[in-house]
Design a protein around this ligand. Structure first.
Ligand SMILES: *Cc1c(COP(=O)(O)O)cnc(C)c1O
Length: 378
């Protein structure tokens, strides 16, 4: 009989894949925080080019309150925080940051306090932020929330803001560990290097000799594409990584991700291993009605709920690119990474109301009576 698996929430020594063993620094330990491996399945989106096969990697199923792509980075970042003797975690992001929510949960799993700096509109920066979406989970697990306005954030920057809070907590005798925006530093990059090893193993254990030509994913802070593109180029996968950016311009990300890879002494150029396109649309976390309609149509057609801020915009832009440049995609086997973010959709309910139908008051004739006895509540 197999012995019980009590890996979840345990910390273990880390051994990199052989093809990544020349990178440095190599993390010494890793926490098991995600429900991994996540499934891969066919995804029959409507209007794909001739012969394009689309597959979906379900990193949205990496957990419940810890769901999404950030958990893979946190497996390494949290191990580092614990090794350094931290007693609390500081991180920063937008008001509906999935990364901040995941960090808040991971911190509490490991008995650490969590301090979040969240960016919101200056009109509501001194009001209670409410309990919509990610905020509900963050506040349930007792994260401390500091609000800043978008203007303050742009003026001061995330590094200085987190440092301000760090110094304040240190003066109070605390030992804070700062995780940068999106968990995207060189250490966090290991999360998606490991995801490539996972995909490689999933392909090897299959019987149909499946090979992916392309990997498509949303890009927000850069750590995910850093790990995916480096891992894919070093491993046997060799799939081309296409990133759809939802906030900054491609040039910013080529440079930022280059910094992450240089930090691992990878000796590759991001422009050789990633194709980054702009999918920002109206702006970060802002949606056109067409994008939301697309999220609704994909959900109704395939059962897969995309998030409006990242994977929804990336899939929308991918299909547009497929329609505009069919030759680029025809006959290819494409793996789209669903990076999670379902809770962010709760922030869009007002915009979505007009898109969903299908409800009515149930029509019941007055003569219909209960047949299964009385006195039961249901
Ligand atoms: C953060 C996030 C991304 C982007 O990942 P980065 O590593 O920040 O580029 C994509 N999808 C979701 C749902 C996210 O929360």
């Amino acid at each position: 009989m197999a012995s019980p698996n009590f890996d979840f929430l345990s910390c273990k020594p880390y051994n990199p894949p052989s093809w990544a063993s020349h990178l440095s620094p190599i993390p010494s330990h890793v926490f098991s925080l995600g429900h991994l491996p996540t499934p891969i399945h066919r995804w029959n989106l409507p209007n794909l080019p001739q012969g394009t096969q689309l597959w979906l990697k379900r990193d949205d199923l990496s957990g419940m309150q810890l769901s999404g792509n950030k958990v893979r980075k946190l497996e390494f970042l949290m191990a580092d925080a614990v090794a350094k003797g931290a007693d609390c975690i500081i991180t920063i992001g937008g008001i509906q940051s999935n990364h901040c929510r995941a960090t808040a949960v991971a911190a509490k799993y490991l008995q650490l306090d969590c301090y979040l700096i969240l960016r919101t509109s200056k009109l509501i920066v001194d009001q209670d932020p409410g309990l919509t979406g990610n905020l509900l989970v963050e506040r349930l697990v007792g994260a401390h929330v500091d609000l800043v306005s978008k203007e303050e954030y742009a003026k001061i920057g995330s590094v200085t803001l987190t440092n301000l809070l760090k110094e304040k907590l240190q003066k109070e005798g605390r030992r804070p560990y700062v995780i940068p925006v999106g968990g995207s530093d060189s250490l966090g990059t290991w999360g998606y290097i490991e995801a490539i090893r996972e995909i490689e193993l999933q392909l090897q254990s299959g019987t149909d000799n499946l090979v992916f030509d392309d990997i498509v994913v949303a890009c927000g802070s850069g750590g995910t594409i850093a790990g995916l593109s480096l891992g894919s180029s070093l491993s046997s996968l060799k799939a081309k990584v296409h990133a759809f950016s939802v906030c900054d311009d491609p040039d910013y990300f080529y440079d930022f991700v280059q910094g992450l890879l240089d930090g691992l002494h990878a000796d590759v150029s991001t422009r050789d291993i990633i194709d980054i396109q702009n999918a920002k649309g109206l702006g970060y976390a802002m949606n056109t009605i067409e994008e939301l309609k697309f999220v609704k149509e994909v959900a109704a057609a395939t059962g897969v709920v995309l998030d409006p801020v990242y994977s929804g915009k990336a899939a929308y832009a991918m299909l547009k690119d497929m329609a505009d440049n069919p030759a680029k995609w025809e006959g290819r086997k494409v793996l789209f990474i669903h990076t999670g973010g379902l809770l962010g959709l709760f922030d869009k309910v007002d915009q979505m109301t007009s898109l969903v139908g299908n409800w009515r008051k149930m029509d019941i004739d007055e003569s219909v009576l209960r047949k299964d006895g009385v006195g039961k509540m249901f």
